[in-house]
Design a protein around this ligand. Sequence first.
Ligand SMILES: [Zn+2]
Length: 119
Amino acid sequence: MAVQQYAGGCQCGAVRYEVEVDLASTVTCNCSRCQRLGSVLAFTSEDKFKLLQGKEHLTEYLFNKGVVHHLFCKICGIESFARGTPPNSDKLFVAINVNCLDGVEPRQLNSRHFDGRSI
Ligand SMILES: [Zn+2]
């Protein structure tokens, strides 16, 4: 796979975005949030992400060190993406919830498991 453009968003359609991302390196995680949500994540940079609509419907949840802004739609509750800054960096990244991309079957991807519970 390579970097491709995808469209995605929340369940109710209030939040919609376009993103350029490589689905060859997706991640599942067992932290207290990802395990509950069943998130399949792909990471990209802020300049590859374009929120098309729904900014006013987004609300955020912070936990642990609060470095990742978990943004979810306050109408339908779905977190279709998150934003954060890695440790020792000020470069913003976007974590895409691959489950929310149009036309993608996340369970057919070869995701790497990340042990987020242990950090
Ligand atoms: Zn929604």
